[in-house]
Design a protein around this ligand. Structure first.
Ligand code: CUA
Length: 250
């Protein structure tokens, strides 16, 4: 397959004992990772500072070392300091957080709209842009490949029979819903986790920066086969996408 190199170079699927993020394929996921690192900076400083204070308190206020306790219970200066400084830190966390949150809400003039519908227990997809008057439409189901049917190199519990093929470097709109219970359409590398709610359409926009195969899973407990309805998005060049669509429409 053409995208085999991406699988080697990038981490676009969950790995055994993975601790960090999968590699970002969208600006949104890049933003999420950057925000995580931003917050981690403050987190590490705060943890070290608080731990240091706890150790100092245990040391200085030990009964043997300090048998008669100090009577001071109030100090205006220190109270102003320990209110102002944390609120400044919270500002430094809140500003990039809100910037990211609101930018994720933005739907940038999409070229293609794809509808993902959760079912117990598979996903189905509709490419409504290609609907014609004679009721021709591009729609298909996407089932997990059972362990016995896997070919060498395929990922267990992640591979599907029909992938969601989309063009890379194109603004996509995903409309997500469900036909039965709550599901959640989630692909880590794309930075998407969107609830699939029966009777409701949720919208998210995706811009995939590079060609590749991106793996995700249903992320809302939806029944016994919740773990067996994975998601595979294959981002290809625009030419390959156009020929894929025309093949599907035949
Ligand atoms: Cu569908 Cu969990």
């Amino acid at each position: 397959m053409k995208n085999e190199w991406n699988r080697i170079a990038y981490c676009d699927a969950a790995e055994p004992w993975q601790l960090g993020f999968q590699d970002a394929a969208t600006p949104m996921m890049q933003g999420i990772i950057d925000l995580h690192h931003d917050i981690m900076f403050f987190l590490v400083i705060i943890i070290i500072f608080v731990l240091w204070m706890l150790v100092r308190v245990l040391w200085h206020f030990n009964y043997k070392r300090n048998p008669i306790p100090e009577r001071i219970v109030h100090g205006t200066t220190i109270e102003i300091i320990w209110t102002i400084i944390p609120s400044i830190i919270l500002m430094f966390i809140a500003i990039p957080s809100f910037a990211l949150l609101y930018s994720m809400d933005e739907v940038v003039d999409p070229a293609i709209t794809i509808k993902a519908i959760g079912h117990q227990w598979y996903w189905s997809y509709e490419y409504s842009d290609y609907n014609t008057s004679d009721e021709e439409s591009l729609a298909f189901d996407s089932y997990m490949i059972a362990e016995d049917d896997l070919e060498l190199g395929q990922l267990r519990l992640l591979e599907v029979d029909n992938r969601v093929v989309v063009p890379a470097k194109t603004h996509l709109r995903f409309i997500i819903t469900s036909a039965d219970v709550l599901h959640s359409w989630a692909v880590p590398s794309l930075g998407v986790k969107c609830d699939a709610v029966p009777g409701r359409l949720n919208q998210t926009s995706i811009f995939i920066k590079r060609e590749g195969v991106y793996y995700g899973q249903c992320s809302e407990i939806c029944g016994t086969n919740h773990a067996f309805m994975p998601i595979v998005v294959e981002a290809v060049s625009l030419d390959d996408y156009v020929s894929w669509v025309s093949n599907k429409l035949d």
